[in-house]
Design a protein around this ligand. Sequence first.
Ligand SMILES: *Cc1c(COP(=O)(O)O)cnc(C)c1O
Length: 356
Amino acid sequence: MKKHNFYAGPSILPEDTIKNTADAVLNFAGTGLSLLEVSHRGKEFVAVMDQAQALFKELLDIPEGYEVLFVGGGASTQFCMVPYNLMNKKAAYLNTGAWANKALKEAKGFGEVVEVATSKDKNYSYIPKNYEVPVDAEYFHITTNNTIYGTEIKKDIEVGVPLIADMSSDIFSRPVDVSKYTLIYGGAQKNLAPSGVTFVIVKKDALGKMERHIPTMLDYRTHIEKGSMFNTPPVLPVFSALQTLNWLKEKGGLVAMEKRNIEKAGILYDEIDRNRLFKATVNDLEDRSLMNICFVMNDEYKELEKDFFDFATAQGMVGIKGHRSVGGFRASTYNALPKESVEALVAAMKEFEVKH
Ligand SMILES: *Cc1c(COP(=O)(O)O)cnc(C)c1O
């Protein structure tokens, strides 16, 4: 039976990415050797790294003065690298969920952290608005897509201080005005590649202003100087990322991707809003994520939760269980998820409604 992959991360990747990676594991770039057993300094892999960085810049239209890095450690390591490199005394954070909160907590080890607003009062089901960012904050940190709670900041904001964004789960889902940000980072395993590589887009002239010593591996300048080859990079995920970037370009780039994502998410949100058995956990349309769609059973049908889960699973749905801190269901509709999968889930919801 066809499987419909709604996992939140690691998650669905384009078929081309998986097939080309599998091929390269067997025979990389005609070398007769596996991607897993060749030097990262050989010309074949150096070309992969160069192309991945170039295509990253092209697809996101990254202006001059920014560098794209591929490093290890996951987005979670960025929670400390960001303040290490960019915060002497004071930084501001928007607390929109568990990941945002982890980033904020980590920064507290480096100086004064101002939580400008939080949506914790309603289990992070909305994006706070009308907050004020202190003008003396060295940066303002946001999490654009809150993977667990299904909220998203879908527009590039401006706050008057350098902006930093964790875009782990919505990178490449829409065009981004990179010039509005000082740094953007994310783990690759939601929308780009298998886990193991972390991307960083950093404005070079923001670096080098810290009073503290920065450990070599945690200093962005180390990785800029060596083109992400200071130490052995995560070779396989970088190769896979390049395949996804090629796929994105072929599909028409980020304008086309955004259009697709709006359409897919719209089909599912419309059904959640229409179907009497279900309700969305995020009410404000503006705040609803296009990448992670969270919904629960309506109060009077709560006892049907497990039944629907089993019903949908029997029809090929995979990974729709909501995160334990929200409950219910979460359908992740990343770039690579075909519209047919969303339609299959909607069909299951309609059929289940008829039965009850
Ligand atoms: C998954 C996720 C993370 C954690 O990423 P790791 O690479 O596992 O450290 C951080 N932020 C957001 C928004 C995420 O979705």
